[in-house]
Design a protein around this ligand. Structure first.
Ligand SMILES: [Fe+2]
Length: 165
């Protein structure tokens, strides 16, 4: 498991591409590791997608986090790495990225903070990704988005069409 921090619209940090390159070189998929999950915690979809391609064939899964909304691009990249731009939050989606709507709306409409953000506490949707890997190579054979409960459209490995290579 490798957790990276992106740099687009985030505080200045070390280069996540150089960091993951170093770690993946030190721990080869299918040799030193049966499976490698890369969590790309970043704001920009472009940076997350670039990271997926950068790691393609060297990680079992590259999945983005931080933007809280699940993306509809679960796929297996050409080199065998499963990928989704953002896994989504496990949260109440009758909200602004998990917060009760009133304070975010006040700030967007008036530019004045009127209090703290409070978590939305309605029924949550559990979001994530399901991945099957090849035992020998560690590469992905299947990826499915998971959205269970709450108000988002529902999907899970049991109900989804099978996406395999
Ligand atoms: Fe974050």
């Amino acid at each position: 498991m490798i957790s990276l921090l992106g740099r687009v619209n985030m505080d200045a940090l070390d280069d996540p591409f150089a960091a993951v390159d170093r770690e993946l070189a030190a721990c080869a998929l299918g040799e030193a590791a049966d499976a490698i999950v890369v969590d790309m915690h970043a704001e920009a979809t472009s940076e997350k997608m670039a990271m997926g391609h950068f790691c393609d064939g060297r990680a079992s899964l590259v999945v983005g986090t931080h933007t809280h909304v699940p993306t509809a691009d679960a796929q297996i990249l050409d080199g065998g790495t499963a990928y989704q731009t953002d896994a989504g939050a496990c949260a109440d989606y009758d909200s602004v990225i998990g917060n009760q709507k009133e304070e975010p709306l006040r700030r967007f409409t008036t530019r004045i903070a009127g209090g703290r953000f409070k978590p939305a506490e309605g029924p949550a949707t559990v979001c994530g990704v399901y991945v099957e890997t090849d035992e020998a190579s560690g590469r992905a054979r299947r990826i499915e988005a998971i959205r269970v409960g709450g108000r988002l459209s529902q999907t899970s490995p049991a109900v989804a069409a099978v996406h395999t290579r």
